[in-house]
Design a protein around this ligand. Structure first.
Ligand SMILES: Cc1cc2nc3c(=O)[nH]c(=O)nc-3n(C[C@H](O)[C@H](O)[C@H](O)COP(=O)(O)O)c2cc1C
Length: 259
């Protein structure tokens, strides 16, 4: 008797080198502001990156996103003007000690990046009642953020830098791009090839804030709960963190295949 076909097959098995590639991409992703090159992004590359964004998970599969691709200098200029206004307001919110340091930070690459992408959320995309959004309405916006992260990682795998610009009044961004009031702008992203990718976040290098130790952020069984077992997961996490700090995280993943 012929064996019946398995009900479920892994349609896309992930090999060891695929896994290493994914970790490498996550590790090497950076927020880019100052290093954009003007080189155009080929349409087929940009399409892949947008498809990666579109393949993100979404609450109730509502796919609430749109992607406004901005290439015209005139359109970019309008958004840049909105950034300048918001950034002047932002500087005033920091105490005197930090204000001058804040003003020296480069926090956008709107005009320099050849492509900008505005990711939006249409809350009405799948009707008023959505599976999974019944009790926490903001889940649709979280879904759009998942699309942003997919885009960011796919771009990095393509050698493209992405910089998220959030110092914008949403009303000004809507005005600049003609976005209806029913649509929520989620992320304004600058995208382009770069002169270099930094090894660490720019804000870490600038001494603004340090990377937090992962082991301080992981709890067990309850808020604040610590793991009892000596040599357990927390010490593995501490070990992995130490490797990451020494820049040997990737080497460790390659050595054990991420197993
Ligand atoms: C929701 C969000 C908004 C952000 N907004 C800005 C921004 O307006 N300007 C900026 O320069 N960076 C912005 N960033 C980038 C962060 O500063 C950056 O992710 C962080 O410093 C860590 O650096 P990395 O992305 O290179 O690892 C934003 C990032 C996120 C996730």
């Amino acid at each position: 008797m012929q064996e019946s076909a398995p009900v479920f097959q892994d349609a896309c098995p992930i090999s060891k080198s695929d896994r290493i590639g994914l970790y490498k991409t996550i590790l090497a992703r950076r927020d880019v502001r100052a290093e954009f090159k003007p080189d155009p992004i080929p349409d087929h590359v940009l399409s892949r990156v947008l498809m990666a964004a579109h393949l993100a998970p979404s609450v109730g599969f509502m796919q609430p996103w749109n992607f406004v691709v901005i290439r015209s200098p005139q359109a970019k200029r309008k958004v840049h003007d909105a950034f300048l206004a918001a950034n002047a307001e932002a500087a005033e919110m920091f105490d005197a000690g930090r204000r001058e340091r804040y003003r020296r930070l480069k926090l956008e690459g709107i005009m320099e990046a050849p492509v900008n992408v505005c990711v939006t959320c249409d809350r009405d995309r799948a009707g008023p009642v959505v599976i999974g959004r019944t009790h926490i309405p903001i889940m649709d916006q979280y879904s759009a953020v998942c699309a942003v992260q997919n885009l960011w990682l796919a771009a990095r795998a393509e050698g493209l830098g992405v910089g998220w610009v959030s110092i914008l009044r949403q009303s000004a961004l809507r005005g600049a791009l003609g976005i209806p009031t029913t649509i929520i702008p989620i992320a304004y992203l600058c995208v382009g090839y770069v002169a270099r990718f930094r090894q660490r976040p720019e804000l870490e290098d600038a001494g603004w804030l340090p990377r937090l130790p992962l082991q301080d952020l992981v709890f067990f069984d309850r808020w604040g709960g610590e793991e009892g077992e000596p040599g357990g997961l927390t010490s593995r996490i501490a070990e992995a963190m130490a490797l990451a700090r020494q820049g040997r995280f990737m080497a460790a993943i390659e050595a054990d295949g991420g197993a």
